[in-house]
Design a protein around this ligand. Structure first.
Ligand SMILES: NC(=O)c1ccc[n+]([C@@H]2O[C@H](COP(=O)([O-])OP(=O)(O)OC[C@H]3O[C@@H](n4cnc5c(N)ncnc54)[C@H](OP(=O)(O)O)[C@@H]3O)[C@@H](O)[C@H]2O)c1
Length: 324
């Protein structure tokens, strides 16, 4: 089968399209004909050897995809050939076929197409888990989303609005403001400017945001501690700035703040039923057409290096998808 292959950690330019052997199917596995795969922040990191998980070489990158089931292992009883599914893992999606464990597979409702199916588990799902499970967001609260033009960020903006919050988006350049506004943010702040904290306070009657979803980390997260409301909840989801922030505990004490980490990978491993329930609630809500990823562009699989370059250069708004 045709696949993108990483033979050594380092430069994304070394990725090649090659023919890989068809994998054997274990009893709990599902073989999927891949229709679409999303590009995610972790994919180039994995190729560069910078991600916390290092697969054995050579490997096929790609964490998330959607496709049609073509074969199931002997122990799989609730998925059948012909089913439309999505799945999430660490590797293997940038290929014509994927063999994945049943536990990572979700049946797709008819109203989710292949491109959306390839995206939601690393965009809407982490955003939903963060807002609903981690933050317990309530209608009328103010939600601040950092990295608001990214995959997780734009999903959080749309979900926040859907759940009745007032949404403030925060982005790193003026070029991304319009997309975040059209996703439903009432205010959008450019965090490359020095007055970030004051702008958040100005948008919230000097109270600060009730909930902060942060995918950027670094200095921005510490600034958020200074513009979060009393009893506020800050959800730390990622560190695209490349800097893991250190949190001054006194700021938590003074305003009775909660900072919660949300990592879908370990939540799924340790609490699979909880994640399945949250994802099932989310997919039901996604019957509403407003809850869709913004597809920035659709590229063929052999443009994987170009796609990764665009993502690393912060040029993607929403999700980039590979059509397989
Ligand atoms: N915890 C979890 O379960 C989970 C699940 C999914 C994703 N994540 C993580 O969440 C983060 C965001 O994921 P995503 O899919 O939303 O990524 P994305 O679509 O690439 O968006 C990331 C955003 O980060 C901002 N950014 C700031 N500094 C950056 C830099 N130096 N390089 C690149 N982008 C930078 C960019 O916005 P501006 O240009 O506007 O600053 C960009 O829009 C990643 O770290 C990812 O690994 C975590």
């Amino acid at each position: 089968m045709k696949a993108v292959v990483c033979s050594n950690f380092g430069n994304i330019d070394d990725l090649k399209i090659s023919t890989m052997p068809i994998k054997d199917l274990g009893p709990n596995d599902v073989r999927i004909e891949v229709k679409a795969a999303s590009l995610n922040f972790m994919d180039p990191l994995m190729v560069q050897g910078l991600y916390q998980v290092k697969p054995n070489l050579p490997f096929v990158p790609g964490a998330c995809g959607a496709g049609e089931v073509i074969e199931t292992g002997t122990a799989v009883i609730d998925i059948a050939p012909g089913n439309r599914v999505s799945w999430i893992g660490y590797t293997g999606a940038f290929a014509e076929q994927a063999v994945v464990n049943r536990s990572t597979v979700t049946k797709l409702p008819d109203y989710i197409d292949w491109q959306q199916g390839a995206c939601w588990q690393l965009s809407f799902s982490p955003a939903y888990i963060s807002l609903v499970h981690s933050a317990g967001i309530k209608p009328g609260e103010t939600l601040l989303v950092n990295g608001a033009a990214g995959g997780v960020g734009l999903a959080a903006v749309k979900l926040g609005k859907f759940l009745g919050a007032k949404v403030i988006g925060a982005v790193g350049s003026a070029a991304k403001i319009a997309a975040v506004k059209s996703a439903g943010a009432e205010e959008v702040i450019d965090y490359s400017q020095p007055d970030f904290k004051d702008r958040v306070l100005a948008c919230t009657d000097s109270q600060g945001a009730d909930v902060v979803l942060d995918t950027v980390g670094g200095d921005l997260l510490e600034q958020c501690l200074r513009c979060t409301n009393s009893l506020g909840r800050i959800i730390t989801v990622g560190y695209t700035s490349g800097v893991i922030p250190k949190i001054p505990a006194n700021l938590l004490l003074l305003k009775n703040l909660t900072v919660t980490g949300m990592f879908a990978g370990s939540l799924m491993a340790k609490h699979p039923r909880l994640v399945r329930q949250l994802n099932s609630d989310l997919l039901a809500k996604m019957a509403d057409q407003s809850l869709r990823d913004r597809i920035d562009s659709v590229l063929p699989l052999d443009s994987v290096v170009q796609g990764m370059r665009q993502l690393l250069a912060r040029e993607v708004i929403g999700k980039l998808v590979f059509s397989v």
